[in-house]
Design a protein around this ligand. Structure first.
Ligand code: PGA
Length: 249
């Protein structure tokens, strides 16, 4: 049985007081659910957030990290530092990191290696741009993003990897992939993994959808057989909306 996961990517939102307030509301709404629930506050608030979620089933995860263990990388954060404050999962490869911070597949492969070497779990994001989809190249783009960053790994590594398909044209735009578009791509992703690593690996891998998931569309998207949850941006900033999405399973 694959894990169902709903992860809130807070991006560069919420100062420390807002982080505390949102976690308090989330804890108040955190009922028993089959899904794993994660939140990704900004790095500066991760330590406090990890303490604040105690007593709930919410996991605090990081939005990014560097590949090196330590050293002269001004402004960066290592896997060891994250682990030392109780953060054991990291989002890597978000399209905003790729676009605004020039993160390439090659760099992301190094980050994935560093996270796994430190015993962390990775939520690995990828997705095509609008021009790719218009040109009918979405599968080629997604396939190469996955291969370039992950296909050097052994099959065992996938126990600690969650994939997140996020079409760039649907992130923060209010435009969502249709449930059918999401399902088609998720099935393609699972087949890509099955061709390389076999059905056992592919069938046990959770593949999340991200891009304008809201309470109104979550249930239909999550009902698709190859969609195992969501990576939620805007709607994760309101406790009621986020839990309406979690409860869509
Ligand atoms: P969105 O963001 O839900 O605001 O579209 C999703 C994401 O970037 O992970």
């Amino acid at each position: 049985m694959r894990k169902q996961i709903v992860a809130g990517n807070w991006k560069m939102n919420n100062d420390v007081a807002q982080t505390e307030a949102l976690i308090a509301s989330l804890k108040a709404q955190n009922k028993t659910t089959n899904a794993e629930v994660m939140i990704a506050p900004t790095a500066v608030n991760l330590s406090q957030a990890s303490n604040s979620v105690k007593g709930s089933t919410i996991e605090v995860v990081a939005q990014n990290m560097h590949f090196a263990e330590s050293g002269a990388y001004t402004g960066e954060i290592s896997a060891g530092m994250l682990k030392s404050i109780g953060v054991n999962t990291v989002i890597l490869g978000h399209s905003e990191r790729r676009e605004y911070f020039n993160e390439t597949d090659e760099l992301l492969a190094k980050k994935v290696d560093a996270a796994l070497a430190n015993g962390m779990r990775v939520i690995f994001c990828f997705g095509e741009e609008l021009a790719d989809r218009k040109a009918g190249n979405e599968e080629a783009v997604v396939g190469s993003q996955i291969k370039n960053a992950l296909f050097h790994l052994g099959a065992d590594a996938f126990q600690n990897i969650v994939l997140a398909y996020e079409p760039v044209w649907a992130i923060g735009t209010g435009e969502t992939a249709s449930p059918e578009q999401a399902q088609d791509m998720h099935a393609f992703i699972r087949k890509t993994l099955a061709d390389k690593y076999g059905n056992d690996v592919a069938n046990s891998l959770s593949i999340l959808y991200g891009g304008s998931v809201k309470p109104a569309n979550a249930e239909e998207i999550f009902s698709k057989p190859d969609v195992d949850g969501g990576l939620i941006g805007g709607a994760s900033l309101k406790a009621e909306d986020f839990f309406a999405i979690v409860n869509a399973f």
